[in-house]
Design a protein around this ligand. Structure first.
Ligand SMILES: O=C(O)CCC(=O)C(=O)O
Ligand SMILES: [Fe+2]
Length: 283
C-alpha cells in the first residue's frame, strides 16, 4: 500500500540523493528519525520515494551494515594499465599487500616533486577529535593536491582507479611527503579508529579508509623504506615503485612506518582510498 502522507519535494530529493550517494536505507531512516520523523512514517515515506514495498526495507535493514566498496588487489605477475606494464614484485595476504614496480615513470616522479616543492608545509595528522594537527610522530613536510588538480594528477588518479577497480572519486587528494635525514613516520594505521571521539567527523564524508598506495618518487641513498613491523617486512623506497596495502575493517597487520632516512632525501606520494565517494571528481 502506498503512503497517503504528502511528501515535501525537498525531502523526496534528499532521500534520492542520499541513497544514490551510497548511503544505506537504514542510514536514511536513522537520519530522518534523528530529525524528528516518526519511525513508522519515515519507513512509509522512504518506501514510497524509492518505490519499494515496506517489506523490502526490512530486508535492507538486515543486509550487512557496510555498503561501501573495497579495492581489488593487483594480480601478479603484471598488469597493463594506461600503456604501462606494472609489475607485481611481492604479494602478501595478511596484510593484503602488493609491491608494484614501474608504477610511475621517472619523469612523472620528477614532475610531481617539482609541482609539490613550493607548497610544502610541516605534515599534519588527524587527531582524536578529527582535527588536522602537527604531530611529533611525523617529522616530514607535505602538501595535498586536490582531486584531478593537474592533467598529470588526473592521469595518475585514473591509473590507480583502474588498477584497484574503484572510482577515482573514492580517493582523498594525493599527498606528497618530503623527508630529510633523520625524519620518519612512526608506526601507525591509516584507517580511523571507530573508538576515537573524532571517528564520526572524519568518516562523515567518504566513510572509512580501506586501502593506501604509497608511491616512491625518488630513491633515498640509505634508509627510508616502509616497514610493516607486524609481519617483519620492509619495502625498499625505489623511484617509480609503490606499495599498496588494504585493511578491510581495520586490519592490525597493516601497521606500518616510514623508516628514518639515513642519507639523502625521500619523496613519496600517498593515495588513501575511502569506501564511499569522498569528493566530486573534476571533469
Ligand atoms: O613514508 C612512508 O614510507 C609511509 C608513509 C605513510 O605511512 C603514509 O603516508 O600514510
Ligand atoms: Fe600510513
Amino acid at each position: 500500500m502506498k503512503s497517503q502522507i504528502p511528501i515535501r519535494p525537498e525531502l523526496r530529493e534528499w532521500i534520492l540523493t542520499t541513497t544514490r550517494d551510497g548511503h544505506s536505507v537504514e542510514t536514511v531512516l536513522k537520519m530522518m528519525q534523528d530529525n524528528g520523523y516518526d519511525p513508522r512514517q519515515s519507513r512509509s515515506i522512504v518506501a514510497t520515494v524509492l518505490n519499494m514495498p515496506i517489506s523490502a526495507l526490512d530486508a535492507h535493514a538486515q543486509a550487512p551494515k557496510n555498503q561501501g566498496r573495497r579495492t581489488q588487489h593487483p594480480e601478479p605477475p603484471q598488469m597493463m594499465i594506461d600503456s604501462r606494464t606494472v609489475h607485481v614484485g611481492l604479494s602478501m595476504e595478511s596484510p593484503a599487500l602488493r609491491v608494484l614496480n614501474d608504477f610511475l615513470s621517472a619523469e612523472e616522479c620528477d614532475t610531481l616533486i617539482e609541482q609539490a616543492r613550493p607548497r610544502l608545509q610541516r605534515a599534519k595528522t588527524v587527531d582524536s577529535a578529527g582535527k588536522q594537527q602537527i604531530d611529533a610522530r611525523r617529522t616530514s613536510e607535505g602538501m595535498f593536491f586536490t582531486l584531478g588538480e593537474t592533467p598529470l594528477i588526473k592521469r595518475i588518479e585514473q591509473r590507480i582507479a583502474t588498477m584497484l577497480g574503484i572510482p577515482a572519486d573514492h580517493g582523498e587528494g594525493l599527498q606528497i611527503l618530503h623527508y630529510l635525514p633523520g625524519q620518519q613516520y612512526e608506526p601507525h594505521y591509516d584507517w580511523f579508529n571507530p573508538e576515537q571521539p573524532g571517528f564520526a567527523a572524519v568518516t562523515a564524508k567518504g566513510g572509512q579508509r580501506i586501502a593506501s598506495l604509497v608511491m616512491y618518487l625518488n630513491t633515498p641513498e640509505a634508509g627510508g623504506g616502509t616497514a610493516f613491523p607486524e609481519v617483519g617486512v620492509t619495502v625498499t623506497a625505489l623511484c617509480g615503485s609503490a606499495v599498496y596495502f588494504a585493511y578491510d575493517t581495520g586490519d592490525t597487520a597493516s601497521l606500518h612506518a616510514g623508516l628514518p632516512v639515513q642519507k639523502g632525501e625521500k619523496w613519496i606520494a600517498t593515495k588513501w582510498l575511502r569506501e564511499l565517494p569522498f569528493q566530486k571528481a573534476s571533469r
